[in-house]
Design a binder for this molecule. Structure first.
Ligand code: SAM
Ligand code: GLN
Length: 285
């Protein structure tokens, strides 16, 4: 069978089951380690038998409902490949926007700093912590997660990408409080989906629930963080969070109750949805 025949056959199968047809090519590029323009030139070649077996096994996993990122074992985040598996949330595009905005805020508020201490709570694959550490050399980055399995993945990613990040296991801020650590920038993309919310089955059936659900209204972890975070903040500090697109009112209420008189803003993502929260603790004025 030629590559063209294999791709056509697989696309037809995907189409029939109402699945994303691009997956056939995406999986093939990945397994053959080629770029789209190279594949185009190879289309009439015979498919290697080992590659065919791997391709068929991968297609089966995808057809059975696994996200393609877990099948490939990687996802691109901020232009770098991160290892992912069923123990970590697949890093999302929206989260790249959080990273980008944090980098802008560093220019705005920490320009004069030679060293900036930052923590990422609930690091998952390490996507946020590692990207920031690699993009901004003045950052000293600490990342935590409650999941040992997630931290294993994050450590592999830090090693593969040559990022200097310190990892600690533990519940929310506990690892930092225990070590009496202080930070200039606090970052978190905590689980924020309300526990009863109906979500896409590809997410619900595959991604770790410990990474997704944030209590009855989705704000459990934000309130927990807000109530303890001042003990680990330096005098001037930036707090940066990802949040759910429908949580603006509840979030405002929570921020205003734990941080009265502190400036904050909720920023929209590229789709015009409320997505990021920034709190400027003694940073402005
Ligand atoms: N930071 C990653 C990202 O943006 O792709 C993962 C974010 S995921 C939404 C939330 C992460 O918080 C998961 O990795 C989960 O294991 C972790 N987590 C859940 N409960 C936690 C807790 N009590 N303490 C620390 N981390 C927790
Ligand atoms: N954005 C993710 C989703 O909708 C949830 C991430 C989170 O809870 N922080 O699946």
């Amino acid at each position: 069978m030629t590559i063209r025949e294999l791709i056509r056959q697989s696309e037809a199968m995907l189409d029939e089951k109402d699945k994303d047809c691009n997956v056939a090519k995406v999986l093939f590029y990945h397994l053959a380690n080629t770029e789209p323009h190279q594949l185009y030139l190879m289309m009439d070649e015979e498919v290697d038998q080992d590659l065919l077996k791997e391709f068929q096994a991968g297609m089966k996993r995808y057809m059975d409902g696994e996200p393609i990122q877990y099948v490939k074992g990687k996802e691109t985040f901020f232009s770098r490949d991160f290892i992912v598996n069923e123990n970590v949330l697949i890093p999302r595009y929206e989260t790249e926007e959080l990273v980008e905005n944090i980098l802008y805020k560093i220019d705005d508020y920490f320009d004069a700093y030679e060293k900036i201490d930052l923590c990422d709570i609930g690091t998952g694959s390490g996507a946020i912590a590692i990207s920031l550490a690699l993009e901004e050399k003045r950052l000293n980055v600490v990342a935590t997660d409650i999941s040992h399995e997630a931290l294993e993945v994050a450590k592999l990613n830090a090693e593969a990408l040559n990022a200097n990040v310190q990892f600690f296991q533990g519940d929310m801020l506990a690892p930092l409080i225990e070590r009496d650590m202080k930070v200039d920038i606090f970052v978190s993309n905590p689980p924020y989906i309300p526990s009863q919310q109906d979500i896409e089955s590809v997410v619900k059936d595959n991604e770790p629930h410990v990474a997704l659900f944030g209590g009855q209204d989705g704000l459990y972890f934000y309130r927990k963080i807000f109530s303890q975070v001042k003990t680990i903040l330096n005098k001037r500090a930036l707090l940066a969070f990802e949040m759910g697109f429908d949580q603006r009112e509840l979030m405002q209420e929570a921020v205003e109750s734990y941080f009265p008189d502190t400036p904050y803003e909720i920023i929209k993502d590229i789709n015009g949805k409320d997505r990021m929260l920034f709190i400027y603790y003694h940073l402005k004025g």
